[in-house]
Design a protein around this ligand. Sequence first.
Ligand SMILES: Nc1nc2c(c(=O)[nH]1)N[C@H]1C(S)=C(S)[C@@H](COP(=O)(O)OP(=O)(O)OC[C@H]3O[C@@H](n4cnc5c(N)ncnc54)[C@H](O)[C@@H]3O)O[C@H]1N2
Ligand code: MOO
Length: 388
Amino acid sequence: MISVSEALDRLFALVTPLEAEEVPLQQAAGRVLARPVTAQRDQPPFAASAMDGYGVTEAAPGMRLRVIGEAAAGERFTGSVGPGEAVRIFTGAPVPDGVKTVVIQEDVDRNGDEILITDRLGNGDNIRPYGNDFRAGETVSAPRRLTPQDIALLAAMNIAQVPVARRPKVALISTGDELVMPGETPGPDQIIASNTFGLYALLQELGAEPRLLPIARDSEASLQTVLGLADDADLVITIGGASVGDRDLVAKVAGDLGLERAFHKVAMRPGKPLMSGRLGDAMMLGLPGNPVSAMVCGHIFMAPVIRAMLGLGSEPAPRESLPLARAIPANGPREHYMRARLGTAGVSVFERQDSSLLSVLGAADALVVRPPNDPARAAGELVEIVRI
Ligand SMILES: Nc1nc2c(c(=O)[nH]1)N[C@H]1C(S)=C(S)[C@@H](COP(=O)(O)OP(=O)(O)OC[C@H]3O[C@@H](n4cnc5c(N)ncnc54)[C@H](O)[C@@H]3O)O[C@H]1N2
Ligand code: MOO
């Protein structure tokens, strides 16, 4: 069996980063910027008032000045302002020629066309210099996953179409005679397909385009048929049927269809029967069926693969070091991803770690990563975690 990091290296070797496509700005949030984009203008495109008040050449308490006009956001004052004069000005308005400072209206008493600067004068000139935020030609670097803040910046830069990495198309195939879809009525020996939906949600969150294919039954013909429906996918994910049972047919059928296998079985817990390879133009990931195993493999393998396809680099799931809230026993020979909850006292690892327990996974917000043969750990010792 290979290690988790060896498996990740082999997965990254199978990844082809996807090409770029242009999308309208409103659809770009959460997408990955494919190449740097360049500001089309200076911002602000003129020196602008930062406050509502009066633009003047100089200001001191006790000065009396004559108001000669008005400058608003969107409508400048075209004249020039001299000593003894003031222009009524609003936030965002272009600063007229001659104006050196804006006195906020709270610091002024107005009487008709005359203002008196009071002794409550604040500091600063209240003027945003021309090009203070960014200049035409400045770039937003790529790759990056575009946040709402990035979208606001791109909008201000007048970038209406955004080059982003195409979303990876991911086909999700559950396997097993025991499975029915949520909402259906299961027979006495049946359960509801759950992994499929958890992985679908994770794929959406990662920025992929998941597609649920019909459940493949435990026959070679059924599995072949469903795999045949995945021919436009960048990544084909099967769930279950990956182990050694008589009905675990994924390796056999994928092999018959020409899978160039990169590995089968990883020294980890849960997730041991994981397999991967290249299947035609697509990459294939065969996840174990146990619900927690499938979701853990989703976070530890599928998520880094999707990020690599999106051009975000070939990096494992990010880890952090945090103290244990409670002691944990020694680990066995496989790298263990233990379901845990983060709290103010540190990380609490759940007692029950069976890989069928979705209720425990649902209560977890982190996986504690235990190296093979890690000794028992006391409360307060640092452990590595992956947030989920
Ligand atoms: N003799 C051995 N038995 C098993 C081994 C082994 O090494 N030797 N490995 C165990 C480990 S570890 C795992 S993990 C499981 C994985 O088995 P499969 O990938 O073949 O999965 P199935 O047998 O098809 O299903 C296992 C379990 O998960 C349920 N399942 C499957 N798909 C879904 C789904 N989409 N949603 C919800 N639940 C699903 C299925 O009903 C089974 O209960 O093998 C161990 N056995
Ligand atoms: O290791 Mo399996 O992936 O626990 O259930």
